[in-house]
Ligand binder design. Structure first.
Ligand code: NAD
Length: 349
């Protein structure tokens, strides 16, 4: 398993392999870039098939956080951590405290928050060992409504840009009806959208139908349903060499992280004439919310950052069209340029 020559290494500042024999902790903390500020990013607690898979995941997610923070105009860098758990290595409060000590050793260069598999209770355990943690109980609360709001406003802007119309009467397919997806469905229904929904959990589908969604569709076929917009709000890699040729929507705008399976898939979408709203830009609402304590942003300032997401999205679309590149490639370029111009604000490296 190579690290410095890994295809997703991308000049990471620091990659820490953290181990604690007593609790079984095996974690990787990746700090991609702290030019704009300390690296804030979630801790994913997952049963990885291999250490290589965990490393790839943390490197990709960490770089994504640098770009997300830069485009959201937050004084933050990008980082992420993963904890490798499994049936023989279950997550325990003691393991979370060991993770807290590993975060503490980075002296504020990395601020940990929740991600898939982590709970507020886990963050509370981490907080017994370090103050470099966000998303504690009684703190800023669930980031999902912020994420859903940013996706909704972005979807509205993408529709106006591509279809020159408003949302009333539009057809949108939302796949993944969890914390973000369910909130997005409610906002779309209220705006007069005909919403098709998909989830592997029947109870989530029932709840969405009760909230006003028009119909449910099979999760594996959701991208093939005739619609104006496809909104992936479940897992990553849904846009790939198999699904893109079958996509029946003109616009893709959803909350899921890492929607493109590979960098080639952004270009694949562009060639098909499908407008892609870059995931890390449109789903930045959650980060803006959890960043409030560490960045000292007031609620009003955070809301202004959230409401500026569609404006940035339109700039990205314009740049992509002018340079004849895909919007995700344009977003990467703008994010890298903002970081390159930034002033180093993080704790001294
Ligand atoms: P969640 O776990 O609450 O919801 C995910 C939903 O997807 C669940 O209802 C699950 O049953 C469903 N699902 C899983 N596999 C599926 C499949 N194959 N087809 C259809 N549905 C499937 O997660 P969430 O917090 O709502 O986040 C959704 C996505 O948005 C994730 O990719 C997450 O990384 C991303 N995201 C979330 C936030 C946030 O604030 N929560 C912020 C940024 C990005």
């Amino acid at each position: 398993m190579d690290t410095f020559t890994h295809h997703d290494f991308d000049d990471h500042e620091q990659v820490v392999f953290a181990h604690d024999a007593e609790t079984g902790l095996r974690a990787i903390i990746a700090v991609h870039d702290t030019t704009l500020g300390p690296a804030l990013g979630g801790c994913r607690i997952w049963s990885y098939a291999s250490e290589g898979e965990a490393l790839t995941d943390v490197l990709r997610l960490s770089r994504g956080m640098s770009f997300k923070a830069a485009l959201a105009d937050l004084p933050l860098g990008g980082g992420k951590s993963v904890m490798m758990v499994g049936p023989d290595r279950p997550k325990t409060p003691a393991m979370m405290r060991a993770m807290g000590r590993a975060v503490e050793r980075l002296a504020g260069r990395y601020i940990v928050a929740e991600d898939v598999g982590a709970t507020v209770a886990d963050m509370d355990e981490i907080a017994t060992q370090t103050r470099h943690v966000s998303g504690l109980s009684g703190s800023v609360g669930d980031p999902s409504p912020w994420t859903a709001r940013g996706v909704f406003l972005s979807l509205e802007a993408a529709v106006r840009h591509r279809l020159q119309r408003g949302l009333d009467g539009l057809r949108v397919t939302v796949t993944g009806l969890g914390n973000v997806g369910a909130s997005l469905v409610a906002q779309l229904v209220d705006a007069g959208v005909e919403v098709s929904v998909a989830d592997i959990r029947p109870e989530a589908v029932e709840a969405a139908l009760a909230r006003g969604a028009a119909r449910s569709v099979e999760p594996s076929a959701a991208h093939r349903v005739a619609a104006d917009v496809f909104a992936p709000c479940a897992l990553g890699a849904v846009l790939n060499a198999t699904t893109i040729p079958e996509l029946a929507a003109q616009i893709v705008c959803g909350a899921a992280n890492n929607q493109l399976a590979t960098v080639a898939d952004g270009e694949r979408l562009r060639r098909r004439g499908i407008l892609y709203a870059p995931d890390y830009l449109v789903n930045a609402g959650g980060l803006i919310s959890v960043a409030r304590p560490s960045t000292k942003l007031s609620d009003a300032e955070a809301t202004a950052r959230l409401e500026a997401i569609p404006e940035t999205l339109l700039e990205i679309f314009a740049k992509a069209e002018a340079e004849q590149i895909s919007p995700d490639a344009a977003a990467d370029r703008v994010a890298r340029a903002r970081i390159a111009k930034g002033v180093r604000k993080a704790t001294a490296a």
